[in-house]
Design a binder for this molecule. Sequence first.
Ligand SMILES: Nc1ncnc2c1ncn2[C@@H]1O[C@H](COP(=O)(O)OP(=O)(O)O)[C@@H](O)[C@H]1O
Ligand SMILES: [Mg+2]
Length: 311
Amino acid sequence: MKVVVLRGGSSLERQVSLRSGARVEDALARLGHEVIPIDVGLDLIQQLRESRPDAAFIAMHGRDGEDGTVQELLELLDVPYTGSGVLACVRATDKVLAKHLMVEAGVPTPEFFAFNETAFRELGAAEALGAIEERLDFPIVVKPSSQGSALGIKFARSAADVPAALVAAFSYDSKVLLERHVDGRDLAVSILDGEPLPVVEAVPQGDEFYDFQARYEIGRTSFVCPAELPAETTAQAHDLALRTYRLLGCEAVARVDLMLDASGALTVLEANPIPGLTDTSLLPQAAEAAGMSFDDLVGRILDLALQRAPA
Ligand SMILES: Nc1ncnc2c1ncn2[C@@H]1O[C@H](COP(=O)(O)OP(=O)(O)O)[C@@H](O)[C@H]1O
Ligand SMILES: [Mg+2]
């Protein structure tokens, strides 16, 4: 099989994507495929036309790769690709849209209020911040609607922190959300072909939350997989992740991030249509706990892309 690996690109998660891509390339080569790595940029279409691949493995995170843009181009060129289709990518990478869909479907997600930049610039939304702060209590989580790897996320500990947190979030996206903070444990459930894998718990070392640095520096976060949870909680986490995956229309693979609070209640934060595949990423750990090697995982994701492709 001739497989192009799409990685890099100009998103802020470029470096993460290069790391996911490198591991995927090695795995595909070990599986006997002809691998053509592409650093996604202006010549993407030209490179795809020249290489005429049997499939594209998308190892991109964040803008373009994960939000449906690259998927749309691959559809146009009739190249089968890994992961979810355009619509699921659009829904999942827009946290505000995804959370509205969760609320509508009865999937628990932390309470939130979302605004476009224009609400502040043209509608004086700043005047409403006091009311929001009363509804959500401090600390309040402020985050850009579409971004990953905890980029642009701030915890506002008091009203005085909110304006700067908003400015930071707006520097990543023109839509931001203010979300109720969940004091609890960080869980992730990856779904492979409609089946949930063992739950991973990310335990940050020290008191920092699970931020960008902690995610990619070995040792800054420890991971427990399968997470030590009552069987009932594991079952609920699996159920919520699967409901979210289906609700957003994900296919083949996705990772759903959840919080577990002290009372044992679970809430869904978001779904990632292209989970990280670096050596500190959660999906490979979950696959391993399910008895699947990294190469098995990559092979399986590729097979799913080919199965979905029209004959
Ligand atoms: N409402 C919240 N309460 C507590 N922690 C949160 C909340 N939202 C985000 N976090 C922390 O920030 C991390 C990243 O948030 P998430 O919504 O998954 O965005 P992304 O992973 O796309 O950057 C979470 O894994 C969690 O540690
Ligand atoms: Mg997340």
